[in-house]
Ligand binder design. Structure first.
Ligand SMILES: Nc1nc(O)c(N)c(N[C@@H]2O[C@H](COP(=O)(O)O)[C@@H](O)[C@H]2O)n1
Length: 206
């Protein structure tokens, strides 16, 4: 993907999770994901875990971190030696899938954040990461901004077109594994989120 240049006055940018559009960040808490009976605390945890499909013990260390930045830091220790060999080729596809899962399983909250960006360019502001974000140079933001671009794609494909998705197909790559188990279609069965247990309680009430 080629670099782009953005005018800071015309965009929605995000950096810290506590800022107005912080929910766009993979580091944001409150957007948990549920796959193969495993609760994954954030999209960053999931993205980082996907680097290590044949190392379930590394995936476990990542997923058990209590915040997303710690998950990224744990992953950093292993990435040189243990990342899947095709990582550079598949990482954008994986990120697109991760974001789709985040949206499918956190539709109410995440679609609202995406909707609130209107039709403005979304840019992850970063001091150093010009693949996922963009950094300030001569008064403009410059970088590939892959994360911002994937978020805009998501916004257009599902949110502004009102095409709510409930299930997400797996990425078409070899070895999409979590704790040695293949990941298939993921549906919105987020036990921490939207599921309504009222009916079951009523049925068992005496
Ligand atoms: N909050 C934050 N701090 C940084 O230093 C970052 N580089 C990012 N970017 C996010 O990190 C993820 C990519 O990780 P890899 O460099 O591919 O291991 C991705 O979620 C970026 O949005 N964020």
């Amino acid at each position: 993907m080629e670099e782009r240049i953005y005018n800071p006055n015309e965009i929605i940018s995000f950096r810290k999770t506590t800022e107005a559009f912080g929910g766009l960040s993979n580091m944001a808490s409150g957007y948990s994901i549920y796959i193969n009976d495993i609760i994954i605390p954030s999209s960053e945890h999931l993205y980082q875990a996907m680097r290590y499909p044949i190392n379930p013990e590394i995936q476990y260390k990542i997923i058990s971190q209590d915040n997303a930045m710690k998950a990224k830091m744990v992953s950093k220790k292993y990435k040189e030696k243990y990342s899947r060999p095709d990582w550079a080729r598949v990482q954008i596809k994986i990120m697109r899938w991760v974001l789709e899962v985040k949206l499918a399983q956190n539709w109410e909250k995440f679609s609202q954040v995406l909707l609130s960006t209107e039709d403005k360019p979304i840019v992850e502001f970063s001091k150093e990461d010009k693949l996922w974000g963009a950094y300030l140079l001569d008064g403009k933001l410059q970088g590939v901004n892959a994360l911002g671009r994937l978020l805009m794609e998501l916004r257009q494909k599902y949110v502004t077109s009102n095409e709510r998705m409930y299930c997400v197909e797996p990425v078409n790559i070899p070895a999409l594994l979590l704790y040695n188990h293949p990941i298939g279609i993921i549906c919105n069965t987020n036990i921490l989120g939207d599921f309504d247990y009222t009916f079951e309680y009523e049925e068992f009430a005496v």
